[in-house]
Design a binder for this molecule. Sequence first.
Ligand code: ADP
Ligand code: MG
Length: 918
Amino acid sequence: MDSALGPPDAMAEKRDELTPMMRQYHDLCARYDDALVLFQVGDFYETFCEAAERTARLLEITLTSREDSTGEYPMAGIPIDNAESYVEELLEAGYRVAVADQVEEPGETSGVVERAVTRVITPGTLTEDELLAGDDNNFVAAIARDGDALALSLLDVSTGDFLATSSTASESIADEVSRFDPSEAVVGPDAPADLVPEDCMVTPFDARAFDRDRAGEKLSTYFRNPDALLASDAEIRACGALLAYAEYVRGGEHEGERGEDDDRRVDAVFAADSAHRLEYITRLTRYDPREYLLLDAVALRSLELFEPRAVYGREDATLVGVLDETASALGGRKLRDWLRRPLLDPDRIAARHDAVDELTGAVQRRERLHDRLRDVYDLERLIGRISRERANARDLRSLRDTLAVVPEIRAQLADADCDRLQDLHANLDPLADVRELIEDAIVADPPIEITEGGIIAEGYDEDLDALRETARNGKQWIDDLEEAERDRTGIDSLKVGYNSVHGYYIEVTNPNLDAVPENYQRRQTLKNSERFVTPELKEREDEIVGAEERADEREYELFREVRREIAEEVERVQALADAVATLDALVSLATAAAQYDYCRPEILDRDGTGGDDGLVIDVEGGRHPVVERTQESFVPNDARFDDDRRLAVITGPNMSGKSTYMRQVAQIVLLAQVGSFVPARSARLTPVERIFTRVGASDDIAGGRSTFMVEMDELATILREADERSLVLLDEVGRGTSTADGLAIAQAITEHLHDEVGATTLFATHHHPLTELADDLPAAFTLHFEVDQEDGEVVFHHEIAPGAATGSYGVEVATAAGVPESVVDRSRDLVAEAADDPIAGDDRDQSEVSPVDDAGTGQATADGGERTPGSRSSSEPRSDVGDVPTDVAAELRALDLAHLTPVEALTELDRLKRLLEE
Ligand code: ADP
Ligand code: MG
């Protein structure tokens, strides 16, 4: 265990002898032993002993020490006023942080000030705006098991978004985890922890929280009939446990609940009352992964949805970067959610297309909407803060400002044609009552502090107004006093002043002291003057100060009342937030469509495909949405797939456009199902249920698995799970191993996909024999990219054409790239030799394999994913086939690939490899 966590050894040894404050620290560390405890001492959060040494190093703050009668303890502290940035660094370093605040005023107590952990900050449960990306959700997940079923629940504690799903297949849960990319996962007893990616913090939590009955009870404090909401006991476990966890980390931050001594963790798990309830968690969406286009982690990455591929060197070179024209954080999150979960249902897709269509055409309306949407605050997080009693008066005014623009937004939709926009028009409730309440109660420009007055508007509360009147009158009396006393005493320089220690006073300069009347009482002597008070002045002062204090208290009380009253409306605010978010996302899609000249795709019904189950993809003049943004001109290409054309073998030299083409087909499909228009002249598509990609030998060196293993693992998934509603992209599969193996596997896979799976497949390959195979398979066909040579230069046209490529031009690419003449010459010889070599001629693709083409061009591969440390370099000539013992070569040649299942082929290959290694 990390020595910075838990009670420090130096304190544990002598717990009972420690000073009361240090004992508090010790005990809190013991109770929150999985978190770094930040311990408030005045204006600082302190850490001690090992924790101090650790934080000092991590945060680059000074390590000091604290000495008392029991010893000397290393100490490091961060100022409370800007704790956020430090906390962020601690989270990044992989720590949870327990914030132990002083929960008593130092003056209120005779002994040591009571401290309590008011919140535990973990990566998945942040609510601080400063620590969160505005336009993306931050999820904490819980994974639970019940019998065969695994369930996943996801919660964004800052917005209240709450989802659940389950499956008996752990891969399916893993896919959903990568879809939502949680930053933290709470894993239940006997649920596998390896379903979450490495950058996700795994949090152990009280196993009892996952208990079926406990979880059910917890859920029913939030939702009336959780059993009807969810589909399985596993889901109930996951959801109930996650709520308990959220209460544990956030529930204690309600103001007013201070200094309880009980263990919050246990409390959160067992209390079935609603003491720590997070009121803004009002909606739980149970979904079935099969309702959405399924993208596994590999597809998410290779289709550049959210993360750029290094080659373009631009951070916004992603699908979301191209499409995101949203004006508000709400819209940004909605758009990302849509991209994460493309739809399958043609009606739902068409509803979005209708709206985008209408907005694309209405330029002015779209721009006005965008403009107004910019003034929308993050309603979801606002209402979250209001509900958690963390909002200040400015937050309430922000809510009011947002509500004030809603009628204008709504007006833009008054004569909308399509259903979706009409619905939005109906659902954009401007919450006039809430707005009025805020306008009546809260001044226009309130301070951040909520306990020091200046918040509540005049005329809102009679008591407050009376107190203010008293204070005002008193002040007026004092203002008048100066004038009156000058007259009375004849001292022209007499002044009435105020300071915070002595209160109001009358100041007389030394030369005038003779004229001071009898009722003045001396208070303070300065160098050149004396200060006096009178009984009446003190009386007035008490009145003013008393009234002001009571006014501040009254204001705080009223403010909390107003905040609670608004919190009651959480569901209406959330519904409004959802409508605004949806509108913003639609406007964003329309803006992108207009800006980049996208077309509306036609979504074909399953039935519209002629009764068959296969996919139809018919794209004219398609473009790659991301690549076309990163370079000057882009050559559009068609793509045509249906039942008779299901499998395309795509050949062409390096850099000719194979990878780009395949990805653009998948991205067009994906965008269409998101509800977006697509970069094409026209597109007709049936909804795809899953997209699989296998892109070259991307290495997994960090994971410690060989590239080939990774490749086979991913291929196995595809072969197992793909069906005729799947789109499969295979890009240079089989590079991670020797060419003979690679070809055998590629061929077996092709056949299997064609004969058994029936998936729509695009297979870019350097294995030339595959193009011949395509001739034999009825629904397979070939495509290729041609290049020309002009004056020894290679010219890329990026134009796809039917048929197989004639040559690889690898050597020519090398020339163009500036590889020395002698090397190029030698390469030509080798190519020629290879063509004559009977062994290579059998099993290798002589026209495509030249050492220079494979590795010697000296430039990075086009998509950064195809070259691996395992692949050969030109200094290490390809001699392995020559070295193959004849028996293995003979066995290889005898293999009847056409009649092997993929698994048999793999087993066979494995055996042969082992033979070779011996
Ligand atoms: P391959 O996979 O055949 O090696 P890529 O698809 O990686 O080739 O394409 C290489 C580069 O060529 C891309 O990075 C892009 O800059 C350019 N390119 C690809 N397709 C097109 C196209 N249709 N129009 C214009 N440029 C393209
Ligand atoms: Mg490529």
